[in-house]
Design a protein around this ligand. Sequence first.
Ligand code: SF4
Length: 127
Amino acid sequence: MLPDGVNNFSFFYSRSLALFAGKKTSFLFLFASFAYFAGKKIPMAFIEDKLPENRPGKFYVDRQCIDCDVCRDTAPANFTRNDNNGYSYLYKQPENGQEIALCEEAMNACPVEAIGDDGVEVNFQAA
Ligand code: SF4
């Protein structure tokens, strides 16, 4: 279990630095890396890798998707599959509290952190 604010990326990054630096300084590198990343929110997905089929809005799937079906099973009203290319994407942004909660659940359950929630907000009232 990793501390709050430290995700797998920061953990493996810091471990890699520690291993590279050698035994004497490994603890210092590890400590410095944890201190740097602790409290920072590192995006689970990368918006620059967002798949083109995603509808504009807060949630999106990026190119890390491994087509495991978890998000489609969790939030079927929002996620669907690109059958030709074998990945998921947001075919509809959530429009109410229940759908937002299910999209967040899917995002947290995605095994490869391919779902992001730092996309552009869309005002559905104005659309
Ligand atoms: S849960 Fe993640 S890896 Fe699985 S299909 Fe959805 S976006 Fe892809």
